[in-house]
Write a protein that binds this ligand. Structure first.
Ligand code: SAM
Length: 244
């Protein structure tokens, strides 16, 4: 597994910088301007073309998505997605869904209704004929009818993936409850988090009360951390809540 094990602070900074640069180098722009605007991303030895639009958060590709994709691609031995049930929250333009599907996962890709058209377009364009499982693109509004749409009894996910879903929006509690609902005993959450303002830090603190949290990457130049999380059992949670 690609890890950051530096000897000194200076070493550590250099390693973090190198990793951030390697991740950002996966993006390329078309050399010729054609009728349709797209950006290219290189993962799984393939070029992935992503179409963005400008009017919505979910219509732009955020660097956190590249961080999560880089991790998935370079840690396939430890986090093997082949035949795994995966759900992505706030999938946006779809890069994480596409890369996970290319890595062999059965992916349910979710977001707000307005975002789904462009998401479906990108997902189909980049996975058709290239993947074992066709990804399912569907609506999931955090906190809304989550049990009806994804009953815990029948929907068991190996991984929940999320990139840049925590920022100054009014649905942070609903997002927390959605993680909580979807994350079962054997589920792992891989979550790339872009730090912008204080509410994001307090979300991480509250998240830590419900889930075990391991930091996989720390990339200060991008203000992004990548976390792995898994459920705390009920007793550990109650002890944590009592101590808070
Ligand atoms: C900053 S964008 C990140 C998009 C993508 N994951 C990426 O990193 O490029 C946040 C995403 O969360 C979605 N989102 C925001 N509020 C939501 C809600 N209440 N329910 C579901 N998705 C939501 C947005 O539509 C958007 O796709």
């Amino acid at each position: 597994m690609e890890t950051q094990q530096p000897k000194t602070m200076e070493d550590s900074k250099t390693k973090q910088e190198e990793l951030a640069n390697a991740i950002m180098a996966r993006r390329s722009l078309p050399t010729v301007i054609g009728p349709e605007a797209w950006e290219g991303y290189s993962f799984s030895d393939l070029e992935i073309r992503i179409k963005e639009s400008t009017d919505l958060y979910g219509a732009v590709l955020w660097p956190s998505a590249m961080v999560l994709c880089h991790f998935l691609e370079t840690n396939r031995d430890k986090y093997n997605l082949t035949d795994k049930n995966v759900i992505e929250l706030g999938a946006g333009t779809g890069l994480v869904t596409i890369v996970s599907s290319l890595l062999g996962a059965k992916v349910t890709s979710t977001d707000l209704p307005d975002v789904l058209g462009n998401l479906q377009y990108n997902v189909m364009r980049n996975t058709k004929g290239r993947c074992k499982y066709i990804p399912l693109v569907t609506e999931l509004i955090w906190g809304k009818e989550v049990e009806q749409r994804f009953p815990r009894a029948t929907h068991c996910f190996d991984y929940i993936l999320a990139a840049d879903v925590v920022y100054a929006h009014s649905y942070l509690e609903e997002l927390m409850d959605t993680f909580d609902h979807l994350c079962q005993e054997n589920t792992q959450i891989l979550w790339a988090m872009r730090f912008r303002l204080d509410p994001e830090n307090s979300f991480v603190d509250r998240f830590r009360q419900r889930f075990h949290l391991e930091e996989l990457y720390d990339l200060p130049s991008l203000s992004i951390k990548l976390y792995r999380a898994w459920r705390k059992d009920r007793r550990t949670r109650e002890q944590g809540e009592a101590a808070a």
